[in-house]
Design a protein around this ligand. Structure first.
Ligand SMILES: [Zn+2]
Ligand SMILES: [Zn+2]
Length: 201
């Protein structure tokens, strides 16, 4: 029987898929807590990414991984961010940094393309920074946000790591406003208090 997540709608669950550096996961958790002001937990679901392997490309199907994540959710209100070090693609794009179910509840992000080409020594801070931006971007999609034209906004579309580096690890005022509204609309804290996103400002 598959393990299932049954947290309330106010919880974001970060799920490593396969082996992922613990410090990368910890950075993502810290960042999401700070920016969203919501509880963030790490879940271990034992997702078998082999189900998503496209052997001819040596990559993993991001869309298939989203389906795998959804199958582990007890309801569509549980929000799950999968993190993998494997290279992701989908039917349209040669590779993706991440993919999200827009206006849904699941996203998946990859570190595979976030390291500079030819780099032998890992640069953890740069990698963490880039992954953080990919995660915030995909989570924005989960909450229904589209792409943004603002140069520094994390919701700006990125086609290469330089594009990611040019963005800030925050939402612009407009996107943050939309995100805050979506969180208030979808998440009903048990206390009746509204959630705070003020720390992202
Ligand atoms: Zn996007
Ligand atoms: Zn924006």
């Amino acid at each position: 029987m598959r393990p299932r997540l049954s947290y309330g709608p106010d919880v974001i669950c970060v799920v490593p898929i396969g082996s992922v550096l613990p410090e990368l996961v910890e950075r993502v958790v810290r960042l999401l807590r700070e920016v969203l002001g919501l509880p963030v937990i790490v879940g271990s679901l034992g997702i078998d990414k082999a189900n998503a392997l496209i052997a001819t490309r040596g990559q993993y199907d991001a869309t298939r991984l989203l389906l795998e994540l959804r199958e582990h959710c007890s309801s569509q209100t549980v929000r799950v961010i999968g993190i993998t070090e494997s290279d992701l693609c989908n039917l349209i794009l040669d590779f993706v940094y991440g993919e999200a179910q827009v206006d849904g509840n699941v996203a998946v992000c990859s570190t595979a393309r976030l390291r500079d080409c030819g780099e032998t020594a890992e640069e953890p801070e740069q990698l963490q920074d880039r992954l953080a931006k990919v995660v915030l971007h995909e989570l924005g999609h989960v909450f229904g946000l589209g792409h943004c034209e603002q140069e520094a906004c994390v919701m700006r579309q990125a086609w290469c790591v330089d594009d990611i580096d040019r963005k800030a690890a925050t939402y612009c005022a407009s996107c943050l406003g939309a995100l805050s509204w979506e969180i208030r609309r979808r998440v009903r804290p048990a206390s009746g208090e509204t959630v705070s996103t003020s720390r992202a400002a």
